[in-house]
Design a protein around this ligand. Structure first.
Ligand SMILES: Nc1ncnc2c1ncn2[C@@H]1O[C@H](COP(=O)(O)OP(=O)(O)OP(=O)(O)O)[C@@H](O)[C@H]1O
Ligand SMILES: [Mg+2]
Length: 288
């Protein structure tokens, strides 16, 4: 690395120290419910609000955030294992200043890595502390060991479901597993593809009531997104819908989610400051 690049990097790190980073995992019980679209557009919505966001595709097997942005990443998590690469070398640029780390093929399991490789990944991940206001992890669907690691390690979990019964059932199963392993997990529901406000509210209500009754815990609801044909149109154009159709119902829904998410700031200070990325990594190791 040349001197100039080194200096720039040091400046970046200097500028960002002291910022607390909110670590958020986005997940779902059932696949295909809109997790990646929600994550990507939510990230862009946060950027609209002036937040610095890093998006991390941790759907290690089937990474596809890049496809939704029409980008072919040159670097991914796998490249971290090369001697001279740091975490800052593998950050890709997306639209509107979005930064992201691609999952990449060949990197299917953290648990398959050798100890020194894992050590390097963790050391590099620690450097992200203070780098962004929010780090969002798009995890794979369902209760796999890999996605659970990230879900349990994050400060907050956005659990995406649609109003369809199989999606609700699987969301409940996910809540149950998370709650069993981490009773104080902060789960926030996102109801995607609601055909009416009433349907969205009823879906959220069903899940929160069942969780309270059978698990004895309260999940909160972050909000809902309407079923909107602009989402599919944007996917086909490989552009995030909040950019391709900024006034669409889905884009408006995302901005509403972002407002609610940012409005809960006072709650985060307590637990983010206590744990931060170090805590996240400790928890990540614990669940391996
Ligand atoms: N709000 C919405 N309105 C209409 N269609 C939607 C909406 N959200 C998602 N979709 C449709 O669902 C498809 C799948 O979305 P996405 O890829 O985000 O799901 P996913 O949960 O990430 O899937 P996977 O589990 O495979 O990672 C999209 O391509 C789009 O066609
Ligand atoms: Mg996905």
């Amino acid at each position: 690395m040349n001197d100039q690049a080194q200096r720039l990097r040091e400046q970046i790190q200097e500028k960002t120290t002291g910022r607390s980073t909110r670590l958020v995992a986005v997940t779902s019980g059932k696949g295909g419910v809109g997790k990646s679209n929600v994550t990507l557009n939510f990230a862009l919505g946060l950027i609209e609000k002036g937040q610095k966001v890093l998006l991390f595709d941790v759907d290690l097997g089937l990474a596809n955030l890049d496809v939704l942005m029409g980008i072919t990443p040159k670097k991914n998590l796998m490249h971290l294992l090369e001697d001279d690469k740091t975490i800052f070398d593998i950050i890709e640029k997306g639209p509107n200043g979005l930064e992201f780390i691609a999952g990449g093929s060949g990197f299917t399991q953290f648990s398959q890595l050798e100890e020194w490789q894992l050590g390097k990944v963790f050391t590099e991940l620690t450097k992200l502390q203070g780098y962004a206001d929010v780090i969002l992890f798009d995890t794979g669907a369902g209760i796999t060991k890999e996605s659970l690691q990230f879900i349990l390690a994050a400060d907050e979990i956005l659990l995406v479901t649609t109003p369809e019964p199989p999606a609700i059932t699987d969301a409940y199963a996910m809540m149950k597993v998370v709650h069993m392993k981490k009773p104080d997990a902060k789960i926030k529901l996102v109801i995607n593809r609601a055909t009416s406000t009433q349907e969205g509210e009823q879906t959220a209500e069903k899940l929160t009531v069942v969780a309270e009754k059978f698990l004895g815990f309260r999940a909160s609801t972050l909000g809902m997104l309407p079923d909107d044909q602009h989402v599919s149109k944007a996917v086909k154009q490989q552009r995030p819908f909040i950019i391709a159709f900024p006034y669409s119902p889905a884009a408006k829904g995302i901005r509403q989610l972002v407002s609610t998410f940012c409005g809960t700031d006072e709650k985060r200070v307590q637990f983010v400051d206590q744990t931060g990325l170090k805590g996240f990594l400790t928890r990540l190791r614990k669940w391996m």
